[in-house]
Design a protein around this ligand. Structure first.
Ligand code: TXA
Ligand code: MG
Length: 340
């Protein structure tokens, strides 16, 4: 069981050392939990067919057992083997986006433990692109079940330090491959129905998914309301920092910051508009994440972690533009403001 502190091993994210991967594989085979980098966020990995290890994943996160986990695979062949049915649309999406930050929800094959699917009859599968994640799955020779390596309702980790800070001794082995490039979770698409549907917007832009499957049923506005019901684990409060988070339209950001600072609160501000100037008030830490949604996403969680570390009381976020390109970011910000 746990040794009191995770073993943290640095690994080259472009050319992972096979000996380090072998150590991590040994840990997985002994039923231990291994955190590893993906191109989106760090995952908390367990052997997908090891019921006891899956139970430890739920315990480590403090996550309810009915929230399903994603099975990480090397590619379409492995994914297919976990599915009771592999519809043509799954094949099209897998061929277009794998390896990469897209997760497909399909019907679960009977031999796949229900625990990984939160007891449901579907299974989410994804082939990550990150060389460390790929090397780990390949060397294990089996799918790896991995949620984001954070405590339930916490902010997903984009560095090994974020993982250790949230999970501590609950994780046995951490592969430290540096920062995750996308910085936001994969896009989850349900391909079981007549029309494919985005359950969680994410690192693969909805417009790119739609280009491959034009009958995609999703708009940023409608889907974010409906997804909470369709995708277990997409409850309102999620991805939340310790500090209270407020979203303000551009014209109201400065006034809200002034009001908070005036009330003696330590304020963090996250902005994207070039023209927005924040009044130089004491106790305001400003982070400009820029007007490009991909660059913004890659820094968002790290910025929230950083502002939390600085002990700010409130984080004022400039509302992001409407539409598909900012959908995943808008979704995470909204969940971070929700009250439990
Ligand atoms: O980028 C990612 O997807 C990261 C990395 C580690 O791969 N993983 C991740 O896992 O974000 P997690 O467990 O934190 O979020 C998985 C999401 C949840 O919103 C969950 O509801 C949805 O995928 N999901 C998983 N299995 C599902 C299923 N069988 N049916 C519907 N939704 C499912
Ligand atoms: Mg998560």
């Amino acid at each position: 069981m746990s040794t009191g502190f995770p073993r943290i091993v640095a690994i080259d994210s472009h050319a992972p050392d096979a000996r380090v991967i072998a150590q991590a594989v040994n840990a997985l085979r002994r039923g231990r939990l291994v955190a590893f980098p993906t191109e989106t966020v760090y995952g908390l990995g367990a052997r997908a067919f090891d019921g006891a290890a899956l139970a430890r994943v739920f315990a480590a996160k403090g996550r309810p057992a009915h929230h399903p986990l994603i099975a990480h695979v090397t590619g379409e062949g492995d994914a297919c083997a976990l599915a009771a049915a592999w519809p043509p649309v799954a094949a099209r999406l897998a061929r277009a986006f794998w390896p990469g930050p897209l997760t497909l929800v399909v019907e679960r094959a009977a031999h796949v433990p229900a625990a990984i699917a939160g007891g449901g009859d579907s299974i989410a599968v994804r082939a990550p692109a990150h060389p460390v994640a790929r090397a780990l799955i390949e060397a294990l020779g089996e799918p790896i079940a991995a949620p984001s390596a954070n405590r339930y309702q916490g902010i997903s980790p984009t560095t090994a330090a974020h993982v250790v800070r949230q999970l501590g001794a609950a994780v046995d082995f951490v592969l430290d491959g540096g920062s995750c490039a996308a910085g936001i979770e994969s896009t989850v698409v349900d391909v079981r129905g007549e029309r494919p549907r985005i359950l969680r917007p994410g690192a693969t832009a909805a417009a790119r998914v739609r280009a491959v499957v034009p009958n995609l049923e999703a708009t940023a506005e409608r889907a974010s309301r409906e997804a909470a019901r369709a995708s277990p684990g997409m409850g309102a409060r999620h991805y939340a920092p310790r500090a209270r988070l407020h979203i303000a339209i551009t014209a109201e950001v400065a006034a809200l910051i002034e009001a908070c600072a005036g009330a003696g609160l330590l304020v963090g501000a996250i902005t994207h508009s070039e023209g927005l100037t924040i009044p130089p008030a004491s106790g305001v830490t400003e982070r400009r994440l820029g007007a490009d949604p991909e660059a913004y996403a890659s820094r968002l969680y790290a910025t929230l972690h950083d502002l939390d570390d600085r002990g700010v009381d409130v984080i004022v976020v400039e509302a992001v533009p409407p539409g598909d390109a900012w959908w995943a970011i808008e979704d995470r910000l909204r969940r971070a403001t929700a009250v439990e």
